[in-house]
Design a protein around this ligand. Structure first.
Ligand code: GAR
Length: 214
């Protein structure tokens, strides 16, 4: 039986599409049981419907605070019994209640080589700093924003003449490969979260697996 995974999105859902394609191609063994969004206009919801995946949506604007929104999301997601939650451009900060409820089961992808550049505008910040390398990192979600144990990073060389927009597109292309790969490792049990750390093949991983792209 493959691992039941819920994918949470807020927007376009190109990462979601990469998961849908990888499962359809047989290169990723996950049961995509539901796609959830806080935004009814997220294009990713249409991608899910086209692929025959159930969708659910709860708008955060209908709630007075983060805590009550997150409780409603937990109630909805629990109906689908997910073993893994995949944040794919889900632009909401999760409350401690949410993180505790799903401890060790939530993955995020952040467009930077963490621990560098948590937060927003990562591509411009990389260019401004003159960094040679940039990329994206898949990590377990903890209460620290973009700070949970890292699993897998995809990296590429920065061309100092490219724009932040160009860099964003190149980084997104590698995300579409590293995120399904990382989720597959967790889904198959090769990667796990234990005692606040990521374990890869039974060993504590101080550093993520790194893939280098052209
Ligand atoms: C992705 O690039 C992901 O790294 C980023 O949102 C984008 C979603 O794109 N996530 C974050 O910035 C989280 N801090 P998508 O909707 O096309 O998959």
């Amino acid at each position: 039986m493959s691992c039941r995974a819920a994918i949470l999105i807020s927007g376009s859902g190109t990462n979601l599409q990469a998961f849908i394609d990888a499962v359809a191609a047989g290169s990723l063994e996950l049961d995509l049981c539901v796609v959830f969004s806080n935004n009814p206009n997220a294009f990713g919801l249409q991608r899910a419907e086209k692929a025959g995946i159930p969708t659910a949506c709860i708008e955060h604007g209908d709630f007075s605070d983060r805590e009550s929104f997150d409780r409603a999301v937990i109630e909805e997601l629990d109906r689908w019994n997910p073993e893994l939650l995949i944040l794919a451009g889900f632009m909401r900060i999760l409350s401690p209640t949410f993180v505790k409820h799903y401890e060790g089961k939530v993955l995020n992808i952040h467009p930077a080589l963490l621990p560098k550049y948590p937060g927003l505008n990562t591509h411009q910040r990389v260019l401004d700093a003159g960094d040679k390398w940039h990329g994206s990192t898949v990590h377990f979600v903890t209460e620290e924003l973009d700070g949970g144990p890292r699993i897998l990073a995809g990296r590429l060389r920065v061309d100092p003449n490219e724009t932040a927009e160009e860099l964003l597109h190149r980084v997104q292309t590698i995300e579409h490969q590293v995120y399904p790969e990382a989720a597959g490792l967790v889904g198959s049990g090769r990667v796990a979260f234990n005692d606040g750390q990521a374990w890869i093949d039974g060993k504590v991983a101080d550093e993520p697996i790194v893939r280098t792209f052209p």
